[in-house]
Unconditional design. Structure first.
Lengths: 305, 774
């Protein structure tokens, strides 16, 4: 664990020393001039799916459709910029930023900005808000603890209070191997998991969130953190093989990330979002990619599906 | 083909076809009616069994469908998650949501046209609690649901009575890890069942269908003509609706029961009525055909008559045309004949008969006008020569040109006619007198001064014209013609190329000729002709060496007739042969007698006419030589030059024969004819007699002397003996003697003497000497 921390520190320091001047940020006006809206995305759940079967990859997903709609609204060409959880912030802002030991570490080396916004089902987290601005929340989320079905842990009986349920779940983690992932919503630091006595296992190589369940099915760990959107998919994919133990986080929300110096673009997106929510187009999109999400978050979606 | 394809035949064929057609319709209708009933029965059986099959398949499909639902991932996931103890709040809720979604989806078909198979789907746990229900408002009715029974078998189709209505339901057991865990109760959509069982029904199909089960009946359809729908569920047992069918459904506890209307009562025509209508229809059709036939028959008759009449008219018209044509032809032919009868075909001038008619008219006219008529007879000189040398076509040309010249020179009132050959006649009316006649005669005469052009040759001719005047010369037409003819004859006699008016003495000449002819015949009969002999003298010896026999005739009426006159008449009147025969016989016999006195030659003259029949003449000569026993060399045949001209072949052969016999040949009057000296070589002449014309002026005329000398020289060269004729003086004799002319003849020696006197002379050897000197 300490190794990881020191590595991140070194990286941050290096970033700070390698300050450069070629970052190029732009707001709505410049984007409109350029004629292209560059969407930074990370393959994740049904937000961004990249299928690489043919010559050119097929990129679909809720966020892809949302951004394509937004680009069309602005009268711009849509361009997808693929990223990972690790470089996504750099591609958007030109600077690296990490949340280490409950502290945001910002890089000082300026990199080239490759995109105008980041939409990949990113959870609105306080540390992220320090680095970037978020749009109005457009999707609900949460992080639950998942186990293989043969795990000795039993799903908790809901107490009626989410906070109490989180406590119960956390109390069950003592000595258990829990799979988590830094820089994502599954970052153990976010939920103070190191203090639960759980054995936090971070993947050696970079891993997608959708690969968490196969990892526990592969006995890499007994348990894993997983966001609800991925859980919904996993439950259908492996019925009877996995089970939800209980919640790790309180209800979260997702938002599109903007550079802090692109307030107009953010504003324009919020207006667009409001428009498609009013017209019902937004709900059709949600229904298309996450049909059961309405059942879990009726209050988030004011409209009943 | 076309002969048979007449209107009549067409009608007959049409009638036969129509009758056949009607019969066929009747038969087919009857058969069809029976077949229809049969097929209807079959069709209904088929329909009901089809319904049965449809419904059976429908249930089978529904069962399959239901079993597919219970094996769906959503159900498996739900029960899997549930069995792992997951709470609704954390995870199981999502699975339940998906499960409910699955169930709800079964009732919504993307294709709107299809009615959902089930009307309600309910998933119940084995403890009867409901997990999911497609219907939220109406509570689930557990009537007929026996869970402990149903869970034993995968699927159960059952019927339940719910609120006085039948509910057809299907229970499908859900298994988890091979154990029954829940039941999916599916309620069938009755509308769908009804629509399946009425797929082939329609308003007016006359049917009633009910689906029967032990739990009760399900009314499906009724379109029978029943009084009220109160009887819906009742069977239609009356006769009207007596057709009844039943069909069991395989795989479901149902029986389809159906009633159908009897086919005989349907609104189809029964065959009986159809037959009646068709039969009735046949009557007007046959009547109209008969009427058409009748009209056609009448029409054909009329048509035939019209054609006949047209044909006859055409024939008549043709006949008329032919007749008209024939009439025209005949008229033309008559005109032509009339013209030909009165006109000369070559020149187009009036012919002899027509001109005589005209002459009569002219005379009659002159009698009224107290004027005279001039008649002219015109003859072309030497016309025969033109015909002979240039041919008849050239002669015709001259005749045509002559007629043209004559016609153009005269007035229209005058007449030009062609009498025959080269003889034309001109009639001049209203003649004033003799002077005018002379003028006209000159004018006519000069018409021929211009030469005639024939092809590229110019031919000169002249005319001889005889003229006579009425009433001066005679008082009738016929005589007038004779007068003109006589005048012409006279012109011709006088050497042609002139004209002459008729004189009264001309008539006397004619009369004399006629008299001579008559008397000559008589003389021959009476043998009153005599032969005289003139001695031929050897000029050197002055002895008689022969004699020329000469004919003399002294008629009792006419007195002495000169030989030239009567011989010419005899030649014209075919008496010459008799005269010639007489001369030959008499002279030869006489000479034969005289041979005893002294050898002498007898010369006999032959007319050229006699040579027309050479064979006969040769026979005569041979005969007379034989009968008289005169040596042939003592006979001298004298001919004139004119005989020789243009005569070859037979005459040549004959003369050759005579020469071969030994008979001698002499040319008489040498130098007067058309002398082509080549004949002297050609014919074997022995003697040549110089004409007296050359001898006559021999003493005074030097030219004559030269000629005679030339003739003698020529004769010598040709080895001919020469006779000098007409010696009257001694000087003539001397001259001839001097130039070696061997023989002389003439009055110096002796005139022609009768036979007895000549004999006397012959007996005296010095007689000639005496005569010369005497």
């Amino acid at each position: 664990m300490a190794n990881f921390k020191s590595i991140y520190l070194v990286i941050t320091l290096l970033s700070l020393s390698l300050y450069s001047h070629y970052s190029h940020s732009r707001d709505l006006e410049e984007i409109k001039k350029s004629g292209v809206l560059r969407h930074i995305g990370i393959p994740y759940a049904n937000f961004i799916n990249i299928y690489r079967g043919g010559e050119t990859p097929i990129i679909t997903g809720l966020d892809v459709e949302l951004m394509k709609g937004f680009a069309k609204k602005l009268g711009l060409k849509y361009q997808f910029v693929e990223a990972t959880w690790h470089n996504s912030m750099i591609l958007l802002t030109g600077y690296n930023a990490h949340f280490v030991n409950e502290v945001v570490v910002k890089g000082h080396v300026q990199h080239e900005i490759k995109g105008d916004l980041l939409a990949a089902g990113t959870t609105i987290l306080p540390w992220r808000k320090e680095v970037v601005d978020f749009s109005t929340a457009y999707f609900p989320s949460a992080v639950w603890l998942m186990a293989r079905s043969d795990s000795s842990l039993s799903p908790i009986t809901p107490s009626g209070s989410i906070k109490q349920d989180i406590q119960i779940v956390k109390s069950l983690l003592q000595g258990r191997k829990v799979l988590a992932m830094k820089q994502t919503c599954l970052d153990p630091d976010l939920y103070d998991l190191y203090n639960t006595g759980a054995k936090i296992i971070l993947p050696v190589s970079e891993r997608k969130l959708s690969e968490m369940i196969p990892a526990i099915l592969n006995n890499d760990a007994e348990l894993t953190l997983l966001d609800v959107t991925d859980i919904l998919i996993a439950l259908e994919k492996w019925p009877g093989k996995i089970k939800v133990i209980g919640p790790i986080s309180e209800d979260q929300e997702m938002g599109v990330m903007f550079r802090k110096d692109s307030p107009n673009l953010r504003k324009a997106f919020n207006m667009y979002l409001q428009e498609i929510q009013d017209s019902g187009e937004y709900y059709s999109l949600i229904k298309k990619y996450y049909p059961s999400v309405f059942h879990f978050y009726p209050s988030f979606f004011n409209e009943k599906p | 083909m076309s002969r048979w394809f007449t209107k009549k035949n067409t009608l007959v064929i049409a009638s036969a076809m129509l009758a056949g057609y009607l019969l066929l319709i009747l038969t087919v209708t009857n058969l069809g009616q029976n077949k229809l009933e049969e097929s209807r029965d079959n069709e209904l059986h088929l329909r009901i069994s089809h319904y049965g099959e449809l419904l059976s398949n429908y249930f089978k499909l529904a069962k399959h469908n239901s079993s597919m639902i219970v094996q769906d991932k959503a159900i498996i996931t739900f029960f899997g998650n549930k069995s792992s103890g997951m709470s609704m709040t954390y995870g199981l809720g999502a699975s339940l949501f998906n499960l409910r979604d699955l169930i709800n989806k079964q009732l919504i078909y993307p294709q709107d046209k299809l009615t959902p198979v089930f009307s309600r789907l309910t998933l119940i746990e084995l403890d009867q609690s409901i997990i999911a229900d497609s219907e939220n408002k109406i509570p689930f009715n557990y009537q007929g649901i026996d869970i402990s029974y149903f869970k034993k078998s995968p699927q159960t189709l059952f019927i339940a009575k719910v609120d006085d209505d039948l509910a057809i339901r299907l229970s499908t057991t859900v298994y988890f890890h091979n154990s029954p865990i829940a039941l999916l109760i599916a309620e069938f959509n009755k509308e769908q069942i009804i629509s399946l069982l009425t797929a082939l029904e329609y308003e007016g199909s006359g049917s009633h269908i009910t689906l029967r089960s032990r739990k009760g009946d399900l009314f499906i359809w009724d379109s029978l003509d029943t009084a009220s729908y109160a009887e819906k569920t009742h069977a239609h047992q009356d006769l009207m609706h007596s057709f009844h069918l039943k069909e069991e459904i395989i795989g479901a506890p149902f029986i389809i029961e159906a009633w159908f209307e009897n086919i005989n009562d349907n609104d189809l025509f029964t065959s009986k009525w159809f037959v009646v209508v068709i039969s009735l229809l046949a009557i007007p059709v046959f009547l109209s055909l008969y009427y058409l036939f009748y009209i056609e028959h009448k029409n054909a008759q009329l048509h035939h008559q019209i054609i006949n009449s047209k044909k006859r008219r055409k024939e008549l018209s043709k006949h008329n045309t032919e007749l008209e044509c024939e009439i025209k032809k005949r008229q033309l032919s008559e005109q032509k004949l009339a013209y030909q009868a009165t006109h000369d075909s070559l020149t187009g001038l009036p012919n002899r008969s027509y001109s005589l008619e005209k002459l009569n008219h002219a005379i009659a006219h002159s009698q009224r006008t107290q004027k005279k008529v001039l008649l002219m007879y015109i003859d072309l000189d030497n016309f025969k020569q033109v015909n002979d040398t240039l041919g008849h076509a050239a002669g015709d040309e001259i005749l045509i040109e002559t007629s043209r010249r004559l016609s153009s020179a005269l007035r229209k009132t005058d007449t030009v006619a062609r009498l025959s050959g080269d003889e034309f006649m001109v009639i001049i009316n209203d003649l004033e007198g003799y002077e005018q006649a002379t003028e006209i005669a000159f004018k006519m005469h000069y018409l021929f001064d211009q030469p005639f052009q024939i092809d590229k040759h110019l031919f000169h001719t002249s005319s001889s014209i005889g003229l006579a005047i009425y009433p001066d010369d005679t008082d009738n037409a016929e005589t007038l013609l004779k007068c003109a003819d006589m005048a012409l004859y006279k012109v011709k006699g006088n050497g042609r190329k002139n004209f002459s008016f008729y004189e009264a003495k001309m008539n006397d000449e004619v009369n004399r000729k006629v008299a001579i002819n008559l008397r000559l015949h008589a003389a021959i009969k009476e043998n009153s002709l005599e032969m005289y002999y003139q001695p031929l003298i050897n000029l050197k010896t002055q002895k008689i060496i022969g004699a020329e026999a000469l004919m003399r005739w002294t008629d009792s009426e006419l007195g002495f007739v000169p030989p030239d006159e009567f011989i010419a008449i005899a030649e014209k009147n075919n008496l010459i042969e008799q005269l010639g025969s007489f001369a030959l016989n008499t002279a030869v016999h006489q000479a034969a007698k005289w041979q005893k006195i002294t050898p002498m030659q007898i010369a006999v003259n032959f007319s050229s006419v006699q040579f027309r029949n050479c064979k006969q003449l040769l026979n005569d000569i041979e005969n007379v030589l034989n009968t008289s026993a005169l040596p042939p060399e003592r006979l001298d045949v004298e001919v004139t030059e004119s005989l020789i001209i243009n005569q070859e072949g037979e005459l040549f052969d004959m003369l050759q024969t005579l020469r071969s016999m030994g008979v001698e040949l002499s040319i008489d009057d040498f130098g007067t004819g058309y002398s082509a000296l080549s004949y002297l070589q050609k014919f074997a002449f022995t003697k040549l007699k110089i004409d007296r014309g050359f001898i006559m002026n021999l003493s005074e005329n030097e030219a004559d002397q030269s000629l005679v000398m030339a003739i003698v020289a020529m004769a010598k060269a040709l080895n001919l003996k020469v006779v000098g004729e007409g010696i009257e003086t001694k000087s003539q004799m001397k001259f001839l003697n001097k130039i070696d002319c061997e023989i002389g003849q003439g009055y110096l020696f002796s005139k022609p003497l009768p036979a007895d006197q000549f004999e006397e002379l012959l007996k005296d050897p010095d007689a000639i000497q005496k005569l010369i000197n005497g």
